[in-house]
Design a protein around this ligand. Structure first.
Ligand SMILES: [Mg+2]
Length: 203
């Protein structure tokens, strides 16, 4: 029996071209700053690396993974993107999503499991007016772990005090979200964005 629904955040509970662009620009800026190279060169290096890593991935590559591959720590990257942009400038309340989640909340505990940092996650949930809906919000800052590391998923089920089989994972990336969740024993659902959650029912 499903007890908890765990949602990815970015690309799952919202979709925003503006935010995706800001994340990309923040990544170029961060590499440029840390390597002391022109912004154009940083962009070129990042996009080359993205294509390279993309071959091993079934879907788009997280910026964090690309910056890590250049020796930039997740903490440094998060600090830079927190200063670089605020998701509240791009997002507004999603009434349909809120209604759907409120309906699900009557029967299930709701949680978030994201590679994003705590500050950007809080800003995002505030902008979407979803901040009171989740029993638990797990970010990179919770355990200093990133998906698809199975340890991150393991820590989350331990903290939720449920069996993986009692969890239903909703996410937009196979390699980062769904494959590790499935491997642990969770049921999973791939979405293309919040529209796919408006009528989500679990049976
Ligand atoms: Mg995502």
């Amino acid at each position: 029996m499903i007890k908890v629904i765990i949602f990815d955040l970015d690309g799952t509970l919202y979709k925003s071209k503006g935010i995706a662009e800001k994340f990309a620009q923040a990544a170029y800026y961060t590499l440029s700053k840390f390597k002391n190279i022109p912004l154009d060169d940083a962009q070129k290096l990042i996009e080359e690396k993205r294509q390279q890593i993309e071959k091993e991935y079934s879907d788009s590559v997280p910026q964090t993974l690309i910056l890590n591959s250049f020796g930039i720590s997740t903490e440094s990257w998060h600090k830079e993107n927190i200063d670089f942009f605020d998701p509240r400038d791009y997002l507004t309340e999603d009434e349909k999503l809120k209604k759907s989640l409120n309906g699900l909340k009557k029967y299930y505990r709701l949680a978030i499991l994201t590679n994003n940092n705590r500050i950007q996650t809080e800003r995002t949930l505030a902008a979407l007016r979803l901040n009171d809906l989740f029993d638990r919000v797990y970010t990179y800052n919770s355990f200093k772990l990133l998906k698809p590391n199975p340890e991150f998923f393991q820590k989350v089920v331990e903290d939720l005090n449920v069996e993986p089989e009692a969890c239903f994972f909703v996410g937009d990336r196979n390699s980062v979200d769904l494959e590790p969740a499935k491997k642990l024993g969770m049921l999973t659902c791939k979405v293309k964005g919040p529209e796919d959650i408006y009528d989500l029912s679990i049976e």
